[in-house]
Each structure stands twice: as structure tokens, then as C-alpha cells.
Design a binder for this molecule. Structure first.
Ligand SMILES: [Cu+2]
Length: 265
């Protein structure tokens, strides 16, 4: 079992994808092992107590419909107690374990002195616009550095959308007038593995209109130094830099208060 406290130590960040994959693996493995045990035991009993045509012995204590087979403190009661006890231990352990990890997912890793980057994501029919702390905005492609905690404040300027990236295991509502939060981090090792630029598909997960299925974007993660260079080049630029995709039919993007983020320490 993994201690959630050790997960929060700055150098040992874990991406949400890692955490969710681990929970999935643990539940799948335990479910399979316990499933095999229970089904095997059931089949074995079906065979053992099959009707072979012989008469039941006089003192046979047959189970009664509607009554728990307690066996008056005999071996049946022990078996019952053992199976309830074991189930309780397994279930409670899983709850404590998964809850600890989910608290980490909620809060994200502690960034310490490094600070994180806060980006406002605004959904529209049909695309995504990203607002950086310096006022720069990008259409549909979010460019961020590796080894940094990226905080997303997600909202919408028209109807309900849902911002998500399956590969990063992030997903959050985009609702007009409201802000939901999520975070992600991609390691530089991962960026190296993907050839110096890691890309992740962004999709809308809320049926939001005729262009819903085409409402795709991309998260691009590049090395820290490259990103800083790129980011410095966007200084003072508050207009959309590349409008590669479908523009909003609601006119100019509204830069609301929520769109002005900030690098928080
Ligand atoms: Cu949408």
C-alpha cells in the first residue's frame, strides 16, 4: 500500500494517469484473485454436495429458507464469521487506500517554492481557448513545459462542455459562469520518450451541439527551456496567436476576469 504522504514530496510527483492506473491495476488484480477463489469454492461445493441419489443421514442439518445458517456456534458459524471478517478487511483496506490516493489527485503535488502555472481554459462551440498568466491566449493548442505542475481553471463562454484528455486521465466540467479545477504534470523523461515534444489529444466530453465530436484540441509539452523561450515571445500579445480551428460563432472571445490568471507561488 502506498502512503499518500510520501507521494506529496516535491521530487516525487506522480501524474494523475499513474495514480489512476495503479488504482485500476490493484482493483483488477484483487477482483480477479478473489473472483477465482469464490467461483472455484462455489463450484467445488456444487460438486461436493451434488445429488448422487443417496439418502441424507438422519442428523443432517439442512439449511432453512429465510434463516442464517448459524449452526449454533458450530463450524458453520466459524465459516460465516471468517468470510464476513475477510470481506470487511479487504473492503475497508481498499477504501482507505483509494481515498488516500484520491486526496492526492484532488490537491495535486506540493509545488513548494517552484510555483505552478495557472491557465484558464475556456470552452466554446466548438473549440478551446487557453489564457496564459501574461494575457496571451492560444486557440486549441495548449503549450506547456515539462516537469511543472499545470493548474487548469476551466470554464465555458456558451453552453456546457467538458474538458478532458484521456491519456493524461484528466476531465473536468466547463460550465458558463463557473470555474472547475484540475491539474496535470508531464515529466521530461516522458517528453524525451516522445521525441522532445509530448502531445495529448483534448476532447469535449459533454454533448454540446452539432460540432461536439469535432471539438478537439491538443496539449503539447516541451522541455522547460524551450517553453520559456516560446513563452517570452508571447509577451504582451493578448490576441489569439493561431486560430487553426473553427472560430466561435459568438463573435470575439470575451476575456473575463477568470481569464487573467497568475503564476502563484
Ligand atoms: Cu463541447
Amino acid at each position: 500500500m502506498i502512503d499518500p504522504i510520501t507521494l506529496q514530496q516535491g521530487t516525487d510527483w506522480r501524474a494523475q494517469a499513474e495514480v489512476f492506473d495503479e488504482i485500476f491495476f490493484v482493483f483488477l488484480t484483487l477482483g480477479t484473485v478473489i473472483g477465482i477463489i469464490v467461483v472455484s469454492y462455489t463450484l467445488w461445493n456444487v460438486y461436493k454436495y451434488r445429488d448422487d441419489g443417496s439418502e441424507a443421514p438422519e442428523d443432517f442439518d439442512a439449511p432453512v429458507v429465510g434463516e442464517l445458517p448459524t449452526g449454533q456456534g458450530g463450524p458453520k458459524a466459524k465459516k460465516l464469521f471468517l468470510s464476513f471478517g475477510l470481506s470487511a478487511i479487504v473492503v475497508i483496506s481498499l477504501v482507505v487506500y483509494a481515498y488516500g490516493l484520491l486526496l492526492y489527485v484532488e490537491d495535486g503535488p506540493d509545488t513548494g517554492d517552484e510555483g505552478d502555472i495557472e491557465i484558464t481554459v475556456e470552452g466554446y462551440q466548438f473549440g478551446w481557448e487557453y489564457f496564459y498568466p501574461n494575457g496571451h491566449s492560444e486557440m486549441n493548442e495548449l503549450v506547456v513545459p515539462a516537469d511543472q505542475r499545470i493548474d487548469l481553471k476551466i470554464t465555458s463562454r456558451d453552453v456546457w462542455h467538458n474538458f478532458g484528455s484521456s491519456d493524461l486521465r484528466i476531465k473536468s466540467d466547463a460550465i458558463p459562469g463557473e470555474t472547475s479545477e484540475t491539474w496535470f504534470t508531464v515529466s521530461s523523461e516522458e517528453v524525451q520518450e516522445q521525441g522532445g515534444e509530448a502531445t495529448y489529444l483534448v476532447e469535449c466530453f459533454e454533448l454540446c451541439g452539432s460540432g461536439h465530436s469535432a471539438m478537439k484540441g491538443q496539449i503539447t509539452v516541451i522541455p522547460q527551456d524551450e517553453w520559456e523561450e516560446w513563452y517570452a515571445g508571447t509577451e504582451g500579445d493578448s490576441e489569439g496567436a493561431n486560430s487553426s480551428n473553427v472560430e466561435s460563432d459568438l463573435g470575439t472571445p470575451s476575456v473575463t476576469g477568470s481569464a487573467v490568471g497568475g503564476v502563484s507561488a
